[in-house]
Design a protein around this ligand. Sequence first.
Ligand code: PGA
Length: 257
Amino acid sequence: MKNEKNRQRYVIANWKMKLGLAESLKLADDFKGKFKGFCKNKVVVCPDFISFSDISKKLKKTNINTGTQDVFWHSKGSYTGEVSPKVIEEAGGNYVIIGHSERKEYLQETYDVINSKVKEVIKNSKLTPVVCIGEKMETRKKGKVKSELSKQLKKTFENVKITGNRQVFIAYEPIWAIGSGKSIKTKDLEEVNKIIEQNLLNIFGTKKEANNFIKLYGGSVDSKNVKELSGVNGLDGLLVGGASLKVAEFYKVVNLF
Ligand code: PGA
C-alpha cells in the first residue's frame, strides 16, 4: 500500500435519479472535456441504468471509470427487472454501489440482500463493490454509532471471502448528512474510520484482508468542505451526490480532495 501522502484517492459521482437521459449524456460529455489530461484523483461516474451503457462507451478511452448504482445477486436467470454483474461488466463498468441508504429506505433493501450482492460481485465478477453504511441522527444522538456500524458491517460481510488484491470500497454515509447540506465533523469522521478498521480486523481476522478495503465518506460533500475532509486520517475517497451534477463544482471537489 502506498504511504498516506502518495496513495491513490477516489471520487465517485452518484447521479442517483436526478437527470433525464439527454441530461446524463450531456453531463458525461462535459466530464470528458473537463477531466481530459491531468486529474489528481481517480474519478468514477455512476449514472442510472438506462444511460450507463452509452456513458461507459463515451468514457471508455478516458481516465474516468464508470459504475452502476445497484446490481442483482445472480449472473443470469428469471429475475424480472434486474441487472446482473456480468452485464454491467460487458457494458464497460468497473464499480457498483451496493446498499445505498435510499434503497434501504424506499425499496426495503435488507442486509441479507446486501450481503448476497456483495458475495456475488466479489465471487463472480471483476467489479469493485462500493458498499454503503451509515447511521440515522437519532442513533448518533444516543451515542450508538459504534454498535450500529459494527452491526451493519458484520451483516454486510457475513461469510464474504476476499482474496488476493481484491478491493472493496466502504462508503460511510451518515443518513442525516445525505442531501442535507450538513456534512460530518472531521473528528467524528476520524472516529468512524477507526471503528471501520477495527471491525474489519474483527471480521476478517488478518491485517492483509483489512488492507484490501478503501474507505470513502459521503454526505453533502462540496467544494467548500472538501479541503477539510481531505485531511482526515484514513480517508481514501468520497462518494458525491448533489455536487457531482455540475461539472465545474465536481471538478473542484475532485482536485481539492
Ligand atoms: P449528497 O449524496 O452528496 O447529495 O449528500 C451523497 C450520496 O447519497 O451518495
